[in-house]
Design a binder for this molecule. Sequence first.
Ligand code: GLY
Ligand code: MN
Length: 356
Amino acid sequence: MNTYLQRLRDRMAVEGVPALFVSDNLNVQWLTGFTGSSGYAIVTPDEAVFITDSRYTIQAKQEVDGLEVVWFQRPKTFEEFLTENLERLGVKNLAFETSVTYATWKNWTDKISSVEWTASPDLLKPLRMSKTPEEVEKIKEACKVTDACLQHLTRMMQPGVSEYDVQLDLEFFIRRSGAEIAFHPIVVSGENSARPHGQATEKKLEVGDFVTLDLGAKKDGYCSDITRTFVIGEASDRHKEVYGQVLKAQVAAVDALKVGSAAAEPDRLAREILDEKGLAKFFGHGLGHGLGRAVHDFGGLGPNSKDTIAAGQVWTIEPGVYIEGFGGVRIEDDVHVTDKGPEILTHFPKELMVLG
Ligand code: GLY
Ligand code: MN
C-alpha cells in the first residue's frame, strides 16, 4: 500500500482536483519511489499510472510502488503516448504542476488538446513538508554521514591546508560513506568566510581564520545540510563575541520551532538576539528552509514566510553573520518538529572549536 499515493488522493479530493499530472521529478520520486531522472505520473481517484521511457522499464518495475507502470517507445512521441493514456483513463480535466517550464507547458498544451489543462500550484507542498517517520529516518541517515564527515575534517584542518584540499576530502568522505553530494559544498576561510555562499579557493588556512564548512549528503533520496564555523590556531575576543552571539541566536531559534507558531517567528527572534551586539545588520539571508528530497525543500523561515510550523516538518536553522574584511560565522542544524518539541537531527558539537 502506497501511503504517499493515498495522501495525495485525499488532498486532491479536498481541493477538488479530478486528475493530476505529476511532472516535477522530486514529486514523482516522493510519490512513486522511482529514483530515475525521467518519469511522470497521472493520478485520478481510481487509477494511478507511471509513465517513463524504454531506458527505465526494468528500474521502474522494481521501484514504482502502487502505480501501473507504462512506457513509450519511439517513433511514438511522449505527447502521443500521454494522450493515449489520458483517453484510456477518461481524463477530461487535467491539473498540472506549475513548476514546468513555459516551453514544456506550451508544448504539452499545443499538442494535447483532448483535455482541459488547469494550473495546480503547490498541491504536493503540504504533503512533502509533512514528513512520514520513514522520511525522517532517511534524513537522519544523511545527517549521520555529514556529522561523521565534519569529525573527520577537524583532524585535517590546520594552518597550511588549502580550502580546496578540505573540499576534496569532504566530498571523498561523503562518497566513500555511500552517499551522494547533496550540493556543491562551501569551504571558506579568513576574509572569504564573509561570503555566505563563497567557493573554495587555493587559499591556505591561516592562524586567526574563521573557517566555514557548509555540506550536505543525500542518502536514499533524502538530504542533510549542516554548517559549522571553526577558528584556526587561536580565537580572538572578536571571534568569540561574534561566534557566541550567532550560537545564542541559533539555539533560541531552534527552541522557537513550536507547533502552531508562525514560521517567521524564529527568524525574528534570531535577529533580535543578534542585535544585542549590533550584528543583525550582517545577517542578510533567511533563517532556514525546508529539508527533504531537495536541500531547499518546500517552505522558508525568512521574515516574509507565511508558513506555519507543524509536526512532521524538517527545517534548517542557520543564522549567520558576515563582516566584510573580517570573516563570517554560520551555524546550521537540521531540526524535526514534533508535538513534544524540536528534535535536532544533526549532532556535531556547536561550541566554538579551535583547530590546528
Ligand atoms: N546549504 C546551503 C544553503 O542552505 O543554501
Ligand atoms: Mn541550508
